[in-house]
Design a protein around this ligand. Sequence first.
Ligand code: FES
Length: 513
Amino acid sequence: MCSVNFEKKIFVNPPQPYWIASTDITNYPALEEDITADVAIIGGGMAGIVTAWLLVEKGLRVVIIDADRIISGTSGHTTAKITSQHALIYDNIKTKLGEEMAKQYVEANETAIKIISDLVEKNNIDCDFQRTDAYVYTQEDKYVEKILREIEAASSLGIEAEYRDKIDLPIEIKVAECFRNQAQFHPRKFLLALADKFVERGGQIFENTRAVDVQEGSKAVVLTENGKKVTAENVILASHYPFYDKPGLYFTRLYPERSYILCIKIKDSYPGGMYISAEDPGRSLRSVPSGEGELILVGGEHHKTGHGDNMAKHYENLLQFADRVFEVEDVLYRWSAQDYTTADEIPYAGRLTSKTPNIYVATGFRKWGMTNSVAAARVISDLITTGNSSWHDVYNPSRFTPAASAKNFIVENADVAKQLITGKLAPVPEDIELEPGEGKIVEIRSEKAGAFRDENGQLHLVDTTCTHLGCELVWNSAERTWDCPCHGSRFSYEGDIVEGPAVKIIKLSRRQE
Ligand code: FES
C-alpha cells in the first residue's frame, strides 16, 4: 500500500522536471535577420551545446538555433547519469558488430565521461557533479546469464566491470554488474554554464527559432519558420530527431519511446549509486542533492510513443515500486522523456548521408544521451575540423546494419504502416462529452477532431493528422498531449509542437464549442 496519496500528489500538478524547476529559464533572442556562420547547429541540448563549445574553442564562428528554449527537450528531462554502462549493451555490440566496433564504443563513452569531468573542473562549473558507481541488477533468474555474459564482454573490452551478488539497495537481487567511478550531475546547471561560456567566446544562440528546411550546397542554408536564414559552411542537426529526415530516410531508421520519472523524498537515507534493472520494463534509480534535501529519481516504464491507453498508470507503477524499496515520504516532481533508438542501438553521429559532406546529424542516443551526445559532439567536431574521427566507424549514420539488428528493428517499427492506415479508419464516438482534464478523438459535424476539456470547462479541438507524414495522433493522458505513434512528434492540447520531427502545428480554426 503506497504511503502517498497518489491521485493527490501526482495529477493535481502538471509534469515538470526537477532540472527545469530548479534553474532559471533562458532568454536568448529569436533570429531576426539573415546571418552567416562557419557552423549552424540546430538544437540547443547536450549534443548541440557541447558540439558548439568544442568548435568555438577551435576558433570557428558557431550559431545555435533552437525551436523553443535551449535545454528544454530531452536534455532537460533526462536522469542525467554519466556512465559507459548502458544497461546491457557490450555483449550485444561484440556479437553483432564485432570487437573493433565495440572497442570504439567503449572508448568514445569513457572519453565522454572525461570530457564532461574536465569541462566541469576547468571551467569551475557548479553542477552537482559527483562520482559514483553504476549498477545493472536483476531480481529474476532469467536475466542472470545475460548479466554474467555482459560482465565478461565488458571486461574483455578493458572495462573494470565487477560481479556483485549484493547491492546497497534494500532489495534481494540475483546478480549485478558494477562499473566503478561513473558520475551524475545536474544537466541544466552544466549546460546553462557551458552555453554562457560559449557566448562569451563569441558563439551565438537564438531561441524560439524553428528550422523548417535545409538547402544543401557548399554553403548550406537553414530556413526558419519566420523566413530568416542562416547560411553556413556546415550544418549540424542536433534537435534529437533530425527534422530534415528525408535524405537518409531517417523516419525508417529510428523509433521513439517514452519513459517516466518520479522525483521523490524518502524517509531513510539513500545508499548511493546509480541503478538500473535488467528486467523489462526496467527500473532506474539515482539520488539528487538539492536545496530541498536529498531527492531520489525513480525512472522506467518505457513504451513506444503513442501506444497504450492509460499513460498515467506508468507513474502509479513507479510509485508502487519506490514504495516497495523505500518508505516514500513525498512526490515532488514527475515528468517523462522521449528517446530514439536506431536499428543496432548505437547512435548516428556523422554525415547525414554519404552525399551530404557538410550536413551532420547526431541522434538515436537510446536512453544514454549524456555520454553518447558528448561522444557524438566529439565525432562531428573532429570531422569538421580534421576530416576524420577515431570513432567514425561505430557512429557512422551510413554504417552497415547486421541482418539480426535489422530484423529486430522491423518488428519494432512494424506498426508505422499500420498506424497510417488503421488510425484513419478507427471508429469515432459522436458525442463530445468530456470531463475536465479528459481528452479523446471525437467527430463533430462529420469531421474528426482531437478534443480536450480543460479545468475551466473550455474545449480545445485540434486536427489529429500528424503534420510530419500523416499518421493519426493519440491522446496521452499523462502529459496531456497528442502523440504520434509513427515517429514520435508530440503536440500540446492547443495544437503547438512539443517535439518534432513535425515542423507544423495542428491547430483547427475552430477552437472551442
Ligand atoms: Fe512522423 Fe507523425 S511523427 S507521421
